[in-house]
Ligand binder design. Structure first.
Ligand code: 5AD
Ligand code: SF4
Length: 350
């Protein structure tokens, strides 16, 4: 059979909510031939669920300390050149004040696994934000913690938690992480977060070293088991002071294609057009939005420390990435047929 015809039939199946075989998914993931059709179906699916709304999240990078040593990440403990900082509760609240005035109704507190950031601190920050801004959602992205910590954060008012699984394949996971980390533990954390009641986000890097199309199929299968509310993916981008400094970046085109596949497989999901994608090229932010993404996370981190939160080379610190540029972002969204909405933007699932 003509392979192009075969894939487009499969895209119709995906769009109709049917599952595909592993080889069929691997073929879609690897080929650019149907990108236009995929984007078109994915955009129709996002419009059915979310109309033209794009939710804005204010990202606050609260600590650049991390006890882990993921081989891909510039914040890894072994990177002695990484400039470390930790925001105080007052500094975080100032970011929220600024974000609230700009129209943000979700604050995402993201950081490395900082051993000096106590549960008491995190709980205090979360409850202060919720007290001051009860109409806002608080999302945490602070890595792997004990069940009791996740529970305490939730009871302090945290609504959502982002924890990418990074790769769902055991052998691939081992190529990206030192022995001190485990995929089993990562998955256990994700299921704990769900059980506690969080809206949960997961995701993976596209084009990380040694990744195969079959690995990506495993990622999609894992996401089907987890059924997360939010799914974040972005291209791998090398960081100069990591063991992966000499690897190539992941493909932005393949990332956009996967955004479409995710939208078709998880029509209800909140899917961001990520910073790493926009770092490869500003036009990919727009492409992702036109291909199924419905969330943007501009950066509210104080400018004086923003450059220090360097996950990968040349991470965007200005332009549309900056929360302060929200009016430009609104114009861009309008130009491509969407609108920024100032609301919590919770997941819509039936
Ligand atoms: N390239 C792209 N994404 C990266 N992350 C960490 N390092 C890199 C990199 N070099 C992503 C991981 C992590 C998120 C906060 O940033 O997926 O979960
Ligand atoms: Fe730490 Fe996360 Fe970077 Fe791994 S990816 S080193 S856990 S900040």
């Amino acid at each position: 059979m003509d392979p192009v015809y075969e894939i487009s039939g499969q895209i119709r199946q995906l769009a109709a909510g049917k599952d595909l075989s592993d080889p069929a998914l691997a073929a879609i993931v690897s080929s650019s031939g149907q990108d236009g059709a995929l984007a078109c179906e994915a955009d129709a699916a996002r419009r059915r669920m979310y109309g033209t709304d794009v939710y804005l999240r204010g990202l606050i990078e609260i600590s650049s300390y991390c006890r882990n040593n993921c081989y891909y990440c510039g914040l890894r403990a072994g990177n002695a050149k990484c400039l470390r900082y930790r925001l105080s509760e007052d500094e975080i609240l100032e970011c929220c004040d600024e974000g609230y005035n700009l129209g943000f109704r979700t604050f995402v507190l993201q950081g490395g696994e900082d051993p000096c950031q106590t549960d008491v601190f995190v709980c205090s920050v979360v409850s202060s934000i919720k007290k001051k801004y009860p109409d806002c959602a608080v999302t945490l992205s602070l890595g792997e913690k004990e069940y009791s910590s996740y529970k305490a954060f939730y009871e302090s008012g945290a609504d959502r938690y982002l924890l990418r699984h990074e790769t769902a394949d055991e052998a691939h996971y081992r190529k990206l992480h030192p022995d001190s980390m485990s995929l089993g533990r990562r998955k256990e954390c994700l299921f704990s977060l769900k059980e506690i009641g969080y809206q949960v986000g997961s995701g993976f890097m596209v084009g990380s070293p040694y990744q195969t199309a079959d690995n990506i199929v495993s990622d999609l299968r894992f996401l089907q088991k987890l059924s997360p509310d939010m799914i974040g993916i972005g291209p791998f981008i090398p960081h100069h002071a990591t063991p992966f400094s000499n690897f190539n970046s992941g493909s932005a085109q393949q990332t956009v294609r996967l955004v479409s596949v995710l939208r078709l497989m998880f029509p209800y999901a909140l899917i961001p057009a990520t910073t790493s994608l926009a770092t490869i090229g500003e036009k990919y932010r727009e492409k992702a939005l036109l291909s199924g993404a419905n969330v943007i996370m501009p950066n509210l981190t104080p400018l004086k420390v923003r450059k220090k939160y360097e996950l990968y080379n040349r991470k965007l610190v200005s332009s549309l990435e900056s929360a302060q540029a929200v009016s430009e972002l609104e114009k861009m969204l309008e130009r491509i047929g969407y609108r920024a909405v100032s609301s919590r933007g919770d997941v819509k699932r039936g």
